[in-house]
Design a binder for this molecule. Structure first.
Ligand code: G
Ligand code: G
Ligand code: MN
Ligand code: NA
Length: 254
């Protein structure tokens, strides 16, 4: 089937869904955040993953409207999670390079934060290294402005792109997310312990927090905890789930 057609139809018919994958703190295993992950609900009720339609959305430009829907839905959800159980929780949203390049990205973001009446600290943006390669001073200024609004920025899929360490030192980011390909793999152990250790050490020397993705086993959890990894996400603690299911998971983790 034609993915572009399915995507346009899904957007028009309000068939886009946001799932939330818990992010836990290694020191006490508590859920302290969630990553918002987009899905498209098909006619038969099954969910289509973003690896199928995000590339199409980026190519066609639909990612702009889709990205705004994701940001708005996340802000609305954060506001809904104002109860004592959930009010400390932060939500991370993935941002495509093309979204950042839209001239009014910052104004749009600021307006949504204000209208939703949420603490900007509870919203995080995940940007991949691709966002930083072609960075002249312009995008550094944009990242600074985003940070000044109070949001936190994480570099997603860290280690798989071409990050220059010089940039890393000067970028206004607070977190590195170790790509899951270094964490999970065929066995129960961490897939690439040398790289994982190096990223954690480097991140901490730069004053950055580290999130490990793809934590699937107890062995991987214990290895990362021993290295002082700050946060994690993965199937061991929870898959991407509905907002209601995340609420229950957080209640049980407290
Ligand atoms: O949810 P899943 O594990 O299948 O996600 C696959 C990829 O899709 C991830 O790399 C993630 O960054 C990307 N992705 C998921 N949701 C969004 C979204 O809302 N916007 C963008 N731009 N990418 C997303
Ligand atoms: O934004 P990013 O590309 O990092 O998206 C995270 C992706 O990783 C999502 O598609 C999510 O479903 C997937 N994921 C999350 N936890 C695990 C895990 O423990 N193992 C594996 N294999 N994939 C995971
Ligand atoms: Mn991500
Ligand atoms: Na990632």
């Amino acid at each position: 089937v034609d993915i572009e057609h399915q995507l346009r139809r899904g957007m028009a018919a309000q068939r886009m869904r946001l799932l939330y994958q818990p992010q836990f703190r290694f020191s006490d295993r508590k859920i302290v955040g969630a990553e918002a992950l987009l899905r498209l609900e098909l006619d038969d009720g099954s969910l289509l993953g973003p690896d199928k339609f995000i590339p199409v959305a980026e190519k066609t430009g639909l990612i702009i409207e889709l990205g705004q829907w994701v940001l708005q839905t996340a802000c609305t959800q954060i506001k809904a999670w104002s109860c004592p159980t959930m009010s400390a929780l932060s939500v991370a949203v993935n941002i495509s390079p093309r979204q950042l390049k839209v001239a009014n990205f910052l104004d749009d973001l600021e307006r949504r934060l204000e209208l939703s009446e949420i603490d900007p600290k509870r919203l995080e943006l995940e940007l991949t290294e691709a966002n930083f390669i072609d960075t002249g001073g312009e995008s550094i200024a944009l990242l600074n402005a985003i940070t000044q609004l109070g949001l936190h920025i994480a570099i997603d899929d860290f280690g798989t792109g071409y990050s220059s360490l010089r940039y890393l030192k000067h970028l206004p980011v607070q977190q590195l997310k170790i790509d899951k390909s270094f964490v999970c793999g065929a066995g129960n152990q961490v897939a690439d312990p040398v790289i994982v250790r190096a990223i954690i050490t480097m991140a901490h020397s730069l004053g950055l927090e580290v999130v490990a993705e793809g934590v699937e086993t107890v062995e991987q959890f214990e290895f990362l905890r021993a290295l002082g990894c700050d946060y994690g996400q993965g199937f061991l603690i929870g898959r991407p789930m509905s907002a209601e299911a995340l609420f229950e998971a957080v209640r049980e983790s407290l």
